[in-house]
Design a binder for this molecule. Structure first.
Ligand SMILES: NC(=O)C1=CN([C@@H]2O[C@H](COP(=O)(O)OP(=O)(O)OC[C@H]3O[C@@H](n4cnc5c(N)ncnc54)[C@H](OP(=O)(O)O)[C@@H]3O)[C@@H](O)[C@H]2O)C=CC1
Ligand SMILES: O=C([O-])CC(=O)C(=O)O
Length: 271
């Protein structure tokens, strides 16, 4: 059984730990880490069958086979090169960290040099399967429109920079329209989906992102529209936000668990 280490014990981390602990994923939960010792303890208290070490990522890189980042873009920048240099596989949820082309190239090279893999789950969006296939023939445009309730956008750096007060927003309001490169920096905890879509399709510079604050909705809604030689694709997903972090959709955690099942299962389904 592969040994898993989890960095980040918030919503996604706690769901992954529960899935491994309950046997939904055939793996051993060997290590966990978070800035907050309290969050680590609260995850440990939910476990019935696992006793992971409370350990730093540097130790996980030695003792685990696969380390899952479900913490922040900063955590990817800080730990991913070191983990890959130890020859260990990674799963990355905070995919926005890859908007920096030098960093992405470094990760690609380090993973190749050390014969290891970096897995990016589809996260809170659907359509990566069709987009990846379409990209083989050629894509003309990719647009992601993210629509979130006010509570899901609070604290984004873009709001402080533009002096936008969310409390003043009473109707659906377009906050941002631009390149995915800028979107993942402006809303680092809201549009990692755009990073994943960029990497599947046209890249960060050519993927168009719109972020809408919508006080009339309670779901996190992502729309993906793609034009290319294959034809035209339109996808809308209406995600239930997680009960403990309204920025994050429940599906994001499920997609990480599903990716783990794909890594550990002998039969591979889908592109
Ligand atoms: N790819 C996708 O489709 C999606 C990606 N995400 C991303 O996945 C990540 C996890 O999401 P979620 O579980 O909801 O987030 P949470 O905020 O619920 O949990 C993240 C935890 O990781 C901690 N943390 C952050 N940075 C570090 C670090 N460098 N070292 C150790 N601990 C750290 C946080 O601490 P603190 O609170 O103190 O910062 C927090 O306890 C986020 O970056 C989120 O934006 C989310 C949804 C979809
Ligand atoms: O969970 C979501 O709806 C999307 C999200 O936060 C992200 O992509 O970072």
């Amino acid at each position: 059984m592969i040994k898993i280490g989890v960095i980040g014990c918030g919503f996604i981390g706690s769901q992954i730990c529960a899935a491994v602990d309950s046997g939904v994923v055939a793996a051993e939960l060997a290590g966990i880490f978070d800035f907050s010792a309290e969050k680590v303890e609260s995850v440990l208290q939910t476990l019935q069958n696992s006793s992971p070490q409370k350990t730093m990522p540097e130790e996980m890189a030695k003792s685990c086979d696969l380390i899952i980042e479900c913490a922040s873009q900063e955590a990817v920048l800080k730990y991913a090169p070191m983990i890959l240099e130890h020859g260990k596989d990674m799963m990355v949820l905070s995919a926005g960290a890859f908007q920096n082309p030098d960093f992405y190239a470094k990760i690609q090279k380090t993973a190749a040099d050390h014969n290891c893999k970096v897995y990016l789950p589809s996260g809170a969006i659907a359509g990566t399967d069709g987009l990846k296939s379409a990209a083989i023939a050629g894509i003309k445009s990719v647009t992601v429109t993210t629509r979130k309730p006010i509570s899901g956008l609070a604290g984004s750096p873009y709001l402080a920079e533009k002096k936008i007060n969310l409390a003043d927003i009473t109707t659906p309001t377009l906050l941002f329209e631009g390149k995915a490169t800028d979107a993942v920096v402006a809303f680092p905890k809201n549009v990692n989906v755009c990073a994943t879509i960029s990497l599947c399709g046209l890249g960060f510079e050519k993927t168009v992102v719109k972020v809408i604050a919508d006080p009339t909705i309670s779901d996190n809604i992502h729309e993906l529209e793609v034009f290319g030689d294959f034809g035209h694709m339109k996808m809308t997903i209406e995600n239930k936000p997680s009960p403990i972090n309204p920025k994050t959709s429940y599906l994001a955690a499920l997609s990480a668990i599903s990716t783990l099942k794909r890594i550990t299962d002998p039969i591979q389904i889908g592109v």
